[in-house]
Design a protein around this ligand. Structure first.
Ligand SMILES: *Cc1c(COP(=O)(O)O)cnc(C)c1O
Length: 297
C-alpha cells in the first residue's frame, strides 16, 4: 500500500453555531492522509492494490470523468507503486486541465471516449473489446470500477470507523457512489447512526448500494436537500459558505463534495435536526487538491 503522509487527525470544530445549539462536531481529517490519494480515495485503493497483487495481472485499468479525484488518486498510486495504469476518461481531452496534466505526468495512459460510449463502462464485454483494441489480454489487467466502487473499496472505507470517537452518536459524510457510506455504515458501532449527503441526484442509487453492501437500513439516512442542482454545480451560496467556513474553522473544503456536506450539516444543526448534546463526527473525505505539491517524499 502507498504509505500515508500522516495519521488521520480528529479535531473539534469551533463554529459559533455549535455553541448556540449545544452540539459537538468532530471533523475527521481523512483529507490529510495524502495530498493526491486524497481522503477516501486512499481508503478505497488500499485493498484494490492488495487484490491487484493477488490477481497476477500486470497493469490496472480504471474509469472517470474530466475532474475525477479517483483518477488522480489512482494515477498517483500507479506512479508510486510502479504498477502501469490505463485510464478511460469521459469526453474530449483538455490539455489545460490540471487533473489531466497530473495524470499524464504520472506516466498513465489516457483513453478518451464519448459520453455515450462511457455509459458502457461497467459492461465486461465493453471492457474486453477496449483492452483487445489496445492489444492487451483481459487477464493481464486488473479493473477498478469508476470511483473505486467495489468490494475492496468498501472494505477499505470500513477502516474509517477506527478513528471515529466513541462518543459520536452520528457519523456524516458526502456521498457520490455511496461506497464510502456503505463501508462506514457497515462498520460503525451499534449506538451510531449514519447521515449521508448526496452530491448528485442519485439518492436511491446510493441507498441501494449501501443496502446491497450490508448496511442496516434502519440506521442510516441519505439527505438529498443539498445537491444544489446537480453534480459539481457551484452556486454563489456554496462558494460563500466555503469561504466563511474556512475563515471560521480553518478547514478547507471544496464545492463538489465536502462543501455541500458541511453546508448541509450546519443548516440541519441550525434547524435543530439534532438533539441538544448530540455528538457528530463529520468525515472530511478530501478532494482539496494542490497540484503544486511534488509527488514524492
Ligand atoms: C470521491 C469522493 C467522494 C464520494 O465517495 P463515494 O464513495 O463515491 O460516495 C466524497 N468526497 C470526496 C472528496 C471524493 O473525492
Amino acid at each position: 500500500m502507498i504509505p500515508p503522509y500522516g495519521p488521520v487527525k480528529v479535531q473539534r470544530c469551533n463554529h459559533p453555531l455549535l455553541r448556540e445549539r449545544k452540539i459537538t462536531l468532530f471533523v475527521q481529517r481523512e483529507d490529510l492522509v495524502h495530498p493526491y490519494l486524497s481522503g477516501n480515495k486512499w481508503r478505497k485503493l488500499k485493498y484494490n492494490l492488495e487484490d491487484f497483487k493477488l490477481s497476477g495481472a500486470t497493469m490496472m485499468l480504471t474509469f472517470g470523468g474530466a475532474y475525477s479525484n479517483h483518477l488522480v488518486a489512482t494515477a498517483a498510486a500507479s506512479y508510486l507503486s510502479g504498477i502501469p495504469l490505463i485510464v478511460v476518461i469521459r469526453g474530449e481531452p483538455h490539455p489545460e486541465n490540471p487533473y489531466q496534466e497530473f495524470i499524464r505526468s504520472c506516466g498513465t495512459k489516457m483513453i478518451f471516449i464519448s459520453r455515450t460510449l462511457y455509459r458502457e463502462k461497467g459492461d465486461p464485454d465493453f471492457i474486453r473489446t477496449l483492452l483487445e483494441n489496445q492489444r492487451i489480454h483481459p487477464d493481464a489487467c486488473y479493473v477498478i470500477p469508476e470511483g473505486g466502487a467495489n468490494d475492496a473499496g468498501t472494505k477499505g472505507c470500513e477502516e474509517i470507523c477506527n478513528d471515529v470517537p466513541d462518543e459520536s452518536g452520528w457519523i456524516a459524510c458526502a456521498c457520490g457512489t455511496g461506497t464510502t457510506a456503505a463501508g462506514i455504515a457497515r462498520a460503525m458501532k451499534d449506538h451510531q447512526k449514519f447521515l449521508g449527503f448526496a452530491v448528485l441526484n442519485a439518492g436511491n442509487y446510493i441507498r441501494e448500494t449501501m443496502i446491497k453492501s450490508g448496511a442496516d437500513e434502519g440506521r442510516f439516512h441519505i439527505n438529498e436537500d443539498y445537491v444544489f442542482g446537480r453534480y459539481a454545480k457551484v452556486t454563489h451560496l456554496l462558494k460563500n459558505f466555503i469561504k466563511n467556513f474556512h475563515l471560521q474553522t480553518g478547514i478547507l473544503t471544496e464545492p463538489v463534495y465536502t462543501g455541500k456536506m458541511f453546508l448541509g450539516l450546519l443548516d440541519l444543526i441550525e434547524q435543530r435536526y439534532f438533539r441538544e448534546g448530540s455528538v457528530i463526527t463529520a468525515i472530511h473525505t478530501g478532494g482539496v487538491l494542490d497540484f503544486s505539491i511534488p509527488l514524492k517524499w
